[in-house]
Design a protein around this ligand. Sequence first.
Ligand SMILES: *Cc1c(COP(=O)(O)O)cnc(C)c1O
Length: 493
Amino acid sequence: MLYNSTRGGENGLRASEAILKGLASDGGLFMPEKLPVLTKSLSELSTLSYQDLAYEIMKEFFTDFTEEELRHCICAAYDEKFEDPKIAPLVKKGGAWYLELFHGKTIAFKDMALSILPHLMVTSARKNQVTDRIVILTATSGDTGKAAMAGFADVPGTEIIVFYPYGGVSRFQELQMRTEPGKNTHAAAIRGNFDDAQTGVKQIFHDPAFAQKLKAQGVVLSSANSINIGRLVPQVVYYVYAYGQMLQAGDVAEGEKIDVCVPTGNFGNILAAYLAKHMGVPIEKLICASNENKVLTDFFGTGEYNRNRPFILTSSPSMDILISSNLERLIYLSTGCNSAKTAQLMEDLRTKGVYEVSEDMRQFMADFVGGFAEEPEVFKTIRDLKEEAGYVLDPHTAVASAVYKQYAEKTGDTRKTVVASTASPYKFAPNVMKALGYDVEHQDVFEVIDQLSEISGVPEPRAIREVRNAAIRHSEVCEISEMKKMVEDFLFV
Ligand SMILES: *Cc1c(COP(=O)(O)O)cnc(C)c1O
């Protein structure tokens, strides 16, 4: 299996090369030249452990890894770091199936991919005789940062630098990043929003002179952002696993179609669901849920992607995104893998902030349905499900839950639906408690967490205990224009 850039400038890379590079040199994203399909039946796959299933899926994409290499990566990633032995358990609550992707180190779904990416990278480096220090550079709207820091922490031969928007992540997310103890981890707040951070990181990647300068000092940059194919592929696994759990529980008959609903930001998670569908999981609709930053809802409704709009801070900060990078992969597929056309649309986005897709492309994407929920509806959803089923959602998952409900009511679609549950309510305790009707203004975040623990009946996850008493280790703040210098300071001083 070889990988091509969505923009046509870099083709025919092996998986390990694509994983090492992250972003293609033309600014495009790597895509497999052909999408694989499942080689075993779903009922057969449904009996496998998460780890064995992960191997079955990943071997179809990462064909230049040996079985031993791939299984080693999988075992190093999906071990006791996850508090639930099922890794991604599925629970039925209030008429939907919640796929809990938050039992890893940082209690959010980014752990699913970021716990394996460092191992895939180190293995890829070894396979390609790379001896340089691999420096991971990433922009985060909150969850990626700590998940990447935790994933790469003290992995030999790697270094990780995270930029996050100053004041644009939750107090708890900020504490998680700033207390990360890994010796090779660095974090800086930038004075700007997430898109500024992401644009800044992309500019550093696009700077050949800077790359040369680093190379001379034995450093190569790579990305842990969700654009890395080494993050996308591991996310396909849990959608197959979810269907397998429904089969095992007798909730669906083999082949019975389901819908999935995904709280979406950068479009990585839902794209993984699309790939799972392509591989043969009977998924009908892919419901793309947004908060008030509803670029994607508008896009699926009209065919026009328009980022020229105010950026709104919400209680689901990991979805406060106006440029969903991974959408480029769907655009590419919808053009019949026409890289010139894809590059043109991405250039329109860069220069004008807007592009429009053709009727054919819209037809291709007809399985996607966009929807959005505003803050009061999100809070009401949290309250309602707690009352109805005793189950507490985090605000991101609540966006999806609300959008799923709107969709089902509007269309009369009665297919069983898997809602991707992307964060533990503990990670966003203040807003969750507010949604449940408690006045937690001015309270310390850990007091609020204690209250949540009392009323939810769900024991406090290990990740909370770890942050509670840890020392602050990262305090840098910089301007957008200083990001490159910050990288050098982190690496060479
Ligand atoms: C990152 C994140 C999302 C968005 O996922 P994408 O793959 O970027 O679409 C949703 N919820 C949470 C909690 C996240 O951390």
